[in-house]
Design a protein around this ligand. Structure first.
Ligand SMILES: [Zn+2]
Length: 349
């Protein structure tokens, strides 16, 4: 598609819904549906509050009531997510949702790009949710583009920070093993920097966990803009080196994975969330076979329960899946004792 094409933004906006775009990013599972709304954590500033980001379905607009403090239409959203112009966002939308670029091209004689006043072929009523083109997240080049390995390393990380040793109960060995540490300055200031490796073992990003309860409006985790966490599984590069006879354990968070590893459960990967993206499913599929065993152990909360059901259903098509549930509400794998980890590895928990 020619980059210079003039795009009729109104037609693009009318052709796609916020719901489709959230689905494209693999975020829809995180959202709760109201009568005319979708509510969830803000994907733009990577927030965690489940009500801070609101979509009006009928108006096809969004608002972040937290850090971003603004909102907009569906193209504004893509522009924010991709850090590109509205024009580039429209072109991306055309590609992702296989819209007809001919129909989307502005044909005004004055050649002015941008938001035209021309009436669009379709009535300007709210987009019809019944028959939108199906998004195809798995086949879009943008969303499946691999993360680029970083050319730098964060050094001078403080390995013996009390947050890691006391608050999270990690041993110095685990801290060094995972290369994490407290960062006192720069973009990760006051955060625990956690390197994320791709399957080849190259560092593709650092996640920054605030050391403690973050101040009002600050996210618990910071991830670099443009990093696609849906493309990676934390610790996969090391998990695949473990014996094929050992089950692969899937958890939600970095600290779940690090803690299980510390307790001797080394074949563990973290989704970095409570849902499994298509790319993550593909990664698991590539490193398992029909005899492989997978244990899904998400947090014992609503998101974790929904996530594990979906994951078990999808993975059971190509390997053996066991879902581990906890009796205690809000229990997280991170809080298992070494003894309990041994028990579940032996299949007795
Ligand atoms: Zn926000």
């Amino acid at each position: 598609m020619a980059k210079t094409a003039f795009v009729d933004f109104k037609a693009v906006k009318a052709a796609i819904t916020m719901e489709q775009v959230l689905q494209h990013y693999g975020l829809l599972e995180k959202f709760k549906r109201g009568t005319d709304s979708l509510n969830g954590p803000c994907p733009i500033h990577n927030g965690s509050n489940p009500t801070q980001f609101r979509v009006s379905i009928s108006k096809n607009i969004w608002n972040c009531f937290s850090e971003c403090k603004h909102g907009g239409n569906v193209l504004d959203f893509i522009a924010e997510m991709e850090k590109v112009s509205i024009h580039a966002a429209a072109l991306k939308a055309i590609g992702w949702f296989k819209l007809d670029p001919q129909a989307m091209a502005a044909t005004s004689d004055n050649g002015e790009p941008g938001e035209t006043d021309r009436p669009t072929p379709a009535p300007t009523a709210a987009p019809k949710p019944a028959s939108p083109p199906r998004p195809a997240p798995a086949s879009t080049p943008e969303s499946s583009a691999p993360n680029t390995p970083l050319k730098f390393r964060l050094d001078k990380l403080e390995r013996s920070h009390p947050y890691l040793l006391e608050e999270r109960g990690l041993t110095p060995e685990t801290i060094v093993d995972f290369g994490i540490g407290f960062c006192s300055k720069g973009m990760m200031a006051d955060r625990i920097a956690i390197p994320i490796h791709n399957v080849k073992g190259e560092v593709v990003a650092y996640a920054g966990r605030f050391n403690g309860v973050p101040p009002e409006g600050a996210p618990k985790y910071k991830l670099p803009a443009g990093f696609r966490k849906a493309q990676e599984l934390f610790n996969l590069d090391r998990a695949i080196k473990e014996s094929a006879d050992v089950p692969l354990v899937i958890v939600e968070g970095f600290f779940d994975a690090m803690k299980l590893h510390q307790h001797g459960c080394c074949k563990v990967v973290a989704l970095m969330g409570s849902t499994m993206s298509a790319a993550q499913e593909q990664l698991i599929r590539q490193h398992t076979n029909s005899r492989s065993h997978v244990i899904v152990m998400l947090d014992e909360n609503e998101a974790g329960k929904a996530g594990r059901e979906d994951i078990a259903c999808r993975l059971s098509k190509f390997c053996f899946v066991r879902v581990l549930q906890f009796d205690q509400p809000d229990m997280e794998p991170e809080h298992l004792s070494g003894e309990e980890v041994q028990q579940f590895m032996e299949g007795t928990l």
